[in-house]
Design a protein around this ligand. Structure first.
Ligand SMILES: Nc1ncnc2c1ncn2[C@@H]1O[C@H](COP(=O)(O)OP(=O)(O)OP(=O)(O)O)[C@@H](O)[C@H]1O
Ligand SMILES: [Mg+2]
Length: 261
C-alpha cells in the first residue's frame, strides 16, 4: 500500500521573476498524511513556492510532481466571491464538481455549522461577515470537497487565538484520521510546531532551504507545554537565529558572548 501513496515531490526547483532570483534549488517530498510547513522571513519566496507547487505558476527550472487526486486552498485573504452568499461560497467547489444543488447545500450547511457558523449566517454576503467568519467560510469551502492535499498560505494570521486553535484542531483531527495532507506556509513558528511533521526553514535572497526540522511526535499528542518547549528550542537554534536575524534579541538575553550556540 505504501508504494501507492500520493506525494508532492519537488526536485531542484528554482524560480526567477525577470532578473530577480527568488528561489534556488528547493527539494522536498510531502508524503500522504503528512504536514510540511515552510517558515522564513517576509519576501523569501514562500508564497511563490506554494504557487509553483499548486500549479498557479509555471515551473521553469526543476520539477514538481503532484500525484494527489484532489487539492484545495486557503489563504490569508479569503478570496470569497462577494456576490455570492456564505452557502454558495462554501458550495462553490461542489458545484464545479457537478453536484446537484440539494446535495451541495446539504453538505455546505453541515460543514458551515461544524465550523462554528450559524444558520442565519448562511444567507449573508461576505461584506456582512466579520473577518473571523470569512476565515471560517474560506476553510469550509476548502474542506467541503474533501481534498487529499490542502495548500495553506498563512490562513490563521489574522485570527484571534481561540479561533486559530479551533481551526487548527479541525486540521489536526483530519490529519490524525489520515484524511489530509497539508502544505503549510506560516510566519508563526509555534503554529508550525503544532501542526507539522517537517518544518522547512527558507532563507532569503534567494529563497533556499536553510534547514529542515523533523518532529516525530504525532500532532494529537502535542499539548501546549510540548509546543511551547519545542518552539523555545527552535528559537534558540542557530539556523533560526541567523535566518530570522534574531541575534540582537538573543544576545541581549545573555550577558556573555556566543549566545547563538
Ligand atoms: N508576480 C510577481 N512578479 C514579480 N515579482 C514577484 C511576483 N510575486 C512575488 N514577487 C517577488 O518575489 C519575492 C518573494 O515573494 P513571496 O510573495 O513569494 O514572498 P513570501 O516569502 O511569501 O513573503 P511574505 O512572508 O511577506 O508573504 C518578493 O521579492 C516579491 O516582490
Ligand atoms: Mg507570502
Amino acid at each position: 500500500m505504501a508504494e501507492l501513496d500520493a506525494e508532492l515531490h519537488v526536485q531542484h526547483l528554482s524560480h526567477s521573476f525577470g532578473p530577480h532570483e527568488i528561489l534556488r534549488d528547493i527539494s522536498f517530498n510531502l508524503k500522504e498524511g503528512h504536514v510540511i510547513s515552510v517558515v522564513g522571513p517576509s519576501g523569501g519566496g514562500k508564497t511563490t513556492l506554494l504557487h509553483l507547487c499548486a500549479g498557479f505558476l509555471d515551473v521553469e527550472e526543476g520539477k514538481v510532481t503532484n500525484t494527489f487526486n484532489k487539492h484545495a486552498f486557503a489563504f490569508q485573504e479569503t478570496r470569497l466571491l462577494p456576490w455570492q452568499t456564505t452557502l454558495d461560497n462554501i458550495a462553490f467547489g461542489l458545484k464545479a464538481q457537478g453536484m446537484r444543488k440539494q446535495q451541495r447545500y446539504h453538505l455546505a450547511t453541515e460543514i458551515a455549522l461544524r465550523f462554528g457558523l450559524e444558520k442565519k449566517d448562511l444567507s449573508k454576503f461576505p461584506k456582512d461577515l466579520s473577518g473571523g467568519m470569512r476565515q471560517r467560510v474560506s476553510f469550509a469551502r476548502a474542506l467541503v470537497i474533501e481534498p487529499q492535499l490542502l495548500f495553506l498560505d498563512e490562513p490563521f494570521s489574522a485570527l484571534d487565538i481561540g479561533l486559530k486553535q479551533e481551526l487548527q484542531q479541525i486540521l489536526i483531527q483530519l490529519i490524525s484520521d489520515g484524511r489530509l495532507t497539508v502544505f503549510f506556509i506560516t510566519h508563526d513558528l509555534m503554529e508550525a510546531v503544532r501542526l507539522s511533521d517537517q518544518i522547512i526553514v527558507l532563507d532569503v535572497d534567494p529563497g533556499r532551504v536553510a534547514h529542515t526540522f523533523t518532529i516525530e511526535k504525532p500532532q494529537q499528542e502535542r499539548d501546549d507545554a510540548y509546543v511551547y518547549a519545542e518552539t523555545a528550542k527552535l528559537l534558540a537554534n542557530p539556523v533560526i537565529i541567523k535566518t530570522f536575524e534574531l541575534s540582537i534579541a538573543s544576545s541581549r538575553n545573555k550577558p556573555d558572548k556566543g549566545a547563538a550556540a
